[in-house]
Design a protein around this ligand. Structure first.
Ligand SMILES: NC(=O)c1ccc[n+]([C@@H]2O[C@H](COP(=O)([O-])OP(=O)(O)OC[C@H]3O[C@@H](n4cnc5c(N)ncnc54)[C@H](OP(=O)(O)O)[C@@H]3O)[C@@H](O)[C@H]2O)c1
Length: 333
């Protein structure tokens, strides 16, 4: 089958279109013909090799973590799906490869595609939707009227998280650049800070939660808008030891990550707030809940640009540019 592959880690030049064997099917797997995939910054990190200690893949590797398509074959133990079903999923972490014609994927990671959206829109949802779902429900445990700052409201994660946090009854502030202000307000943000002209720390105070998607100095500045007892949850900042434990990393890596996050954890303690790093996981059950919200029109997929399969490298470059408004899609069919 045709696939976009890397033979070694590195820059965009390393990604090539090639032929790979069709994936093997385990008993609890579905073989899915991919109609659309979406690009995530995670694909760029995997391509560069930055995550190879945490996610040790075999090379050559097919890139891509998000997909929508049609089931063509099922393993002997699969009960919930049949050939012909339209599905969507975030790939198993150990077996990525959505920039291809086919993928095999555990039944437990898959859900039926929301009926009201196209394959391209469905492919835009799993990774960012599950990230927002897990951060807001499981980590932040958002309650009605709580105040949350969601950074980068125009990004893939931010544009989903704003809609979900509003649905959960939160008061939502977000950061974005001047051109996107009206648009993120329409997504539901109550307060929008133009990061090109304003410092969010001067406007926001006593927040319950900050959902950080940017890391670096924004992460540390975010401590100042939280009230004591508040939560700073980052999907882009330094991983902490809980993440290392969840990922069952080696003793050495655990120690390394503890060291990496030491600075922000120390500052968080000083501000009497809790810092945690979060890494999303695939879940068919949670995707079913997301499908209901999509079918009810409570959350809308946000697609910025659709690229044909042959232009996968251009799609990756577009995301690498850092200015995407919502999601970038690769269309196979
Ligand atoms: N740990 C996990 O499980 C997990 C899961 C998902 C994503 N992530 C990480 O989360 C981050 C965001 O992912 P994503 O898919 O949302 O990225 P994305 O869609 O590529 O983000 C692009 C957006 O970021 C905005 N942006 C850039 N700099 C900004 C700033 N200083 N302030 C406010 N907005 C800014 C841009 O808006 P403007 O053009 O207006 O600047 C653009 O719309 C990535 O680092 C990704 O790897 C982690």
């Amino acid at each position: 089958m045709k696939a976009f592959i890397i033979d070694r880690y590195g820059t965009k030049a390393m990604v090539r279109l090639g032929e790979m064997p069709e994936p093997e099917l385990q008993d609890d797997d579905l073989l899915v013909k991919i109609h659309a995939a979406s690009v995530n910054p995670l694909d760029l990190r995997i391509r560069s090799g930055k995550l190879k200690l945490i996610l040790p893949y075999q090379l050559p590797l097919i890139l891509g973590n998000d997909l929508a398509g049609v089931v063509v074959k099922i393993g002997a133990k699969v009960r919930q799906f049949k050939p012909g079903d339209e599905v969507y999923a975030r790939t198993d972490k150990e077996r990525i490869g959505a920039f291809a014609e086919f993928i095999s994927i555990r039944e437990s990671a898959v859900a039926k595609k929301p009926e009201k959206v196209t394959m391209e829109e469905a492919a835009s949802l799993p990774l960012v939707g599950l990230t927002a779902w897990q951060v807001l429900n499981e980590n932040a445990n958002i309650q009605k009227k709580q105040k949350i700052l969601i950074h980068a409201g125009s990004g893939g994660v931010g544009s989903f998280a704003i809609q979900l946090a509003k649905h959960m009854g939160a008061i939502v502030a977000t950061t974005t650049s001047t051109a996107n202000i009206a648009w993120v307000k329409r997504l539901g943000a109550d307060m929008v800070i133009d990061y090109k002209n304003e410092d969010f720390r001067t406007v926001l105070h006593d927040y319950d939660v900050v959902f950080d998607t940017l890391g670096g100095e924004i992460l540390e500045k975010s401590l100042q808008v939280l009230k004591p007892g508040g939560k700073l949850i980052s999907v882009a900042g330094p991983p902490d030891q809980h993440f290392a434990e969840n990922m069952k990393l080696s003793w050495g890596l655990k120690l390394g990550l503890r060291f990496l996050s030491y600075q922000v954890r120390r500052k968080a303690k000083k501000h009497q707030v809790d810092y945690s790093f979060f890494f999303m996981r695939p879940s068919g059950d949670q995707l079913r809940e997301i499908s209901s919200l999509i079918n009810l029109g409570i959350i809308h997929p946000v697609v910025d640009k659709v690229f044909p399969f042959e232009s996968t490298k251009e799609a990756l470059a577009y995301v690498e540019n850092g200015r995407a408004k919502g999601k970038v899609i690769i269309k196979m069919i």
